[in-house]
Design a protein around this ligand. Structure first.
Ligand SMILES: C[S@@+](CC[C@H](N)C(=O)[O-])C[C@H]1O[C@@H](n2cnc3c(N)ncnc32)[C@H](O)[C@@H]1O
Length: 260
């Protein structure tokens, strides 16, 4: 039984928060240009209810392989795609991304791998290496992994005490930091999403995940054998959303992780 089996389709509410729109804006900005080439086969790790699985197909993927450990989340993804025009190009696997598995017809079959809030389910360095090994086994030479992760900081405690949780709350996300992880690896945090009240999925959604320090991500990617450029991209806050929320400063600090 996975944590997300109790969440299932309720998770879709997250995408209706301003925070969800911020995530979409930034993920699209980084991944869509990589989908313009013909024959782009994409692996979507931690696909959840298939929100991005469908969009990856819409944005130009030739095929999408969607993987999630949770039966309930995957059932939501299957239902979404079954009712879309992409049913013939998407396949699903219920698998644990911590167990490095080859998904394509042969190792390293994918041009592009997406992991939107996937790596933050590694609770320590060892699990992070396992997740990057899954990526490594499936990413073709010269391919790109694009992940969405927690803020890349070396001192997570210092980040927690200084980051502006009020701003995040305005986007619909309350992040509550909990226990420190062994070996100073980072912290457990709880994400609590408050969807707008006028949305039909209007329940609060909660789940726990891990915020590991930046150097562990970088070292794990290398140890798993990813050798290309490794870039942390800043989250851009589009003007319309900034205006809507009444924000008058720049710093929102979700980051995007790109390995080529
Ligand atoms: C926050 S949701 C994100 C879903 C989707 N990527 C999105 O952005 O809409 C995280 C997803 O990762 C999945 N997940 C967590 N740990 C996993 C693992 N070890 N292997 C595969 N999927 C995992 C969860 O079941 C959940 O569906």
């Amino acid at each position: 039984m996975s944590l997300y089996d109790n969440i299932g389709l309720k998770y879709n509410a997250v995408k209706y928060t301003p925070w969800g729109r911020l995530e979409l804006f930034n993920f699209k900005k980084h991944i869509q240009p990589l989908l313009t080439k013909p024959n782009t086969n994409v692996l979507d790790l931690g696909c959840g209810t298939g929100f991005y699985t469908e969009l990856l197909a819409e944005w130009g993927a030739t095929t999408v392989t969607a993987v999630d450990v949770s039966t309930t989340m995957l059932a939501g993804a299957k239902a979404r795609i079954r009712n879309s025009r992409y049913a013939s190009i998407v396949e699903f696997f219920q698998r644990d991304g911590l167990k490095p598995t080859v998904y394509g017809p042969k190792p390293q079959s994918y041009d592009l791998i997406a992991g939107v809030w996937f790596l933050n389910y590694a609770k320590d360095f060892k699990e992070l290496v396992c997740m990057f090994s899954t990526i490594r086994k499936n990413l073709r030479h010269g391919g790109v992994f694009v992940g969405v992760c927690m803020h890349p900081v070396e001192d997570v405690y210092n980040f927690i005490i200084h980051h502006n949780s009020k701003v995040w709350a305005m986007t619909g996300l309350e992040d509550i930091y909990q226990d420190r992880l062994p070996g100073d690896a980072g912290f457990v945090f709880k994400a609590v999403f408050h969807p707008p009240k006028d949305v039909r999925f209007g329940q609060t959604i909660e789940f726990e995940a891990y915020h590991l320090k930046k150097s562990l991500y970088e070292a794990a990617a290398r140890l798993a054998g990813l050798q290309g450029n490794l870039e942390w991209q800043h989250c851009e806050f589009p003007d319309n959303l900034r205006g809507e929320l009444g924000l008058n400063f720049d710093a929102l600090d979700v980051q995007f992780f790109v390995v080529k």
